[in-house]
Design a protein around this ligand. Structure first.
Ligand SMILES: *Cc1c(COP(=O)(O)O)cnc(C)c1O
Length: 342
C-alpha cells in the first residue's frame, strides 16, 4: 500500500520493531539550570561525548506510550500524564533534572503530530512513543552528569508477542532476578533492561515467549513478565504483585486494576506466590507494548501449568475488551483517560 505521503507501509505485516520515522523532539539542560526550550527536528543521530554519563554509567531513563487512531480518525494518547510523572520519579532516583509535566506532554504531542503519516489505521497497530532522558555531559567519576538531553522519537508497531491474542508460554527464571529491594526496579532506568536480554533470549530459543521473574529475596513471589506486569485469576479473584519498589508501576497495570474493581471484581494487590499462580484459572500480563496478553502455560522447574486449554480466559477477555475499547474510544471513556492530539 502506498500512502500518498510517500512511504510504502504494509500495515498488516507489522511486528513490534523499530522503524525510523520523520521527526523527533530534543531539549537540553545544564545541571543547576532549567531546561532550554525543546525543538522539533528531522530524525537524526546524536552527537555525544564518549565520556557521557549515560554511556559510561547508564544514567538514563525511558518511557513508552502509544498514540492510536480511533474510528472517527482522531488520534489519542492513553493517560500520558502518568508517563510524565513516572519519568519524574525515575529522574529523582537517578539524580537527573526533572522534566516538567507540561514539557513532557507537549514534546509527546508535537512528535506525534509531526509523524502522523506513521500512525497505523485503527486496529492495525499503534504509534509507539519513546521519550528518553539521559546524562549527556562528560563525566569521569561516578556522579551525575553536568548536562542532560530529553528527547522523543516514535515508531509504528504491531503486536508485541508473535501470534497476537494467542496465549503465550512462559518460563519462570530459576537463575536470574530483575530487581532487588533498594535498587532501581521501580523506575524505567535503562540499566534495568540489558541484564534481562540473555535470560529472555535463552527462553525464546527454548520456545517460550518470555520469562517470569520471582522476587530476589525469597525466590518465591512472582514479580514481572519481562517488561510487563503480571496478573492471575483464581475463583474469580484477580491478584497482581503489590508495588514494593522492585516492580515497575505500569500504567496498564493501574488501569486494569481500576477497570476490574469498577466491574465488581475482587482485585488484590498482594504477594503472589508462584505455587498459587500455577494453580490459577487464568493468567495474563499487561503493559503498553503487551497490552493484555493471555498466558497459556507456565513452566517452573519440572512443573508445567496449563491455563484455559489454549483459549483466552473469560475474565482476561472481558478486561482486554474493556481496556482496548476505552483506549480506542470504542466504548465511552468515563474516566477521561484518553487525550486527543490536535
Ligand atoms: C514499562 C514496563 C511495564 C509496563 O508499564 P506500562 O506503563 O503499562 O507500559 C512493566 N514492567 C516493566 C519492567 C516495564 O519496563
Amino acid at each position: 500500500m502506498l500512502d500518498n505521503d510517500g512511504p510504502a507501509i504494509d500495515w498488516d505485516s507489522m511486528i513490534f520493531s523499530y522503524q525510523k520515522t520523520d521527526r523527533m523532539y530534543i531539549a537540553n539542560c545544564e545541571a543547576g539550570e532549567g531546561w532550554s526550550p525543546g525543538v522539533m527536528q528531522d530524525f537524526q543521530n546524536l552527537s555525544i561525548s564518549p565520556a557521557a554519563g549515560v554511556l559510561n554509567y547508564g544514567q538514563g531513563l525511558f518511557e513508552g506510550l502509544k498514540a492510536q487512531r480511533t474510528e472517527d480518525g482522531s488520534i489519542v494518547l492513553f493517560r500520558p500524564e502518568r508517563n510524565a510523572k513516572r519519568m519524574q520519579s525515575g529522574a529523582r532516583r537517578l539524580g537527573i533534572p526533572v522534566v516538567p509535566e507540561e514539557m513532557f506532554l507537549n514534546a509527546v504531542r508535537q512528535t506525534v503530530l509531526e509523524n502522523t503519516r506513521w500512525i497505523p489505521p485503527m486496529g492495525k497497530g499503534a504509534l509507539y512513543i519513546r521519550p528518553l532522558l539521559m546524562g549527556s555531559g562528560a563525566i569521569l567519576g561516578v556522579a551525575p552528569a553536568p548536562e542532560y538531553k530529553f528527547l522523543v522519537y516514535v515508531s509504528p508497531v504491531g503486536p508485541y508477542f508473535k501470534g497476537g491474542l494467542k496465549p503465550i508460554s512462559l518460563k519462570v527464571s530459576d537463575k536470574f532476578h530483575r530487581a532487588a529491594p533498594g535498587g532501581s526496579g521501580g523506575v524505567k532506568a535503562i540499566g534495568n533492561y540489558a541484564p534481562g536480554m540473555v535470560p529472555s533470549k535463552d527462553a525464546k530459543a527454548q520456545g517460550f515467549a518470555e520469562i517470569i521473574y520471582l522476587d530476589a529475596v525469597h525466590h518465591r513471589y512472582v514479580e514481572e513478565v519481562g517488561a510487563a506486569n503480571f496478573f492471575c485469576v483464581n475463583d474469580g479473584v484477580i491478584s497482581t504483585p503489590e508495588l514494593t519498589g522492585t516492580i515497575l508501576p505500569g500504567v496498564t497495570r493501574a488501569s486494569v486494576i481500576e477497570i476490574a474493581k469498577d466491574m465488581g471484581y475482587d482485585v488484590r494487590e498482594e504477594k503472589v506466590d508462584v505455587d498459587y499462580v500455577l494453580n490459577a484459572d487464568e493468567c495474563f500480563c499487561a503493559g503498553t507494548a503487551a497490552v493484555i496478553s493471555s498466558i497459556g502455560s507456565i513452566q517452573h522447574g519440572d512443573r508445567v501449568a496449563n491455563f484455559g486449554d489454549g483459549e483466552v480466559g473469560p475474565i482476561t477477555r472481558i478486561l482486554y475488551d474493556e481496556l482496548t475499547g476505552i483506549q480506542q474510544r470504542k466504548i465511552p471513556d468515563e474516566r477521561g483517560w484518553t487525550v486527543s492530539v490536535e
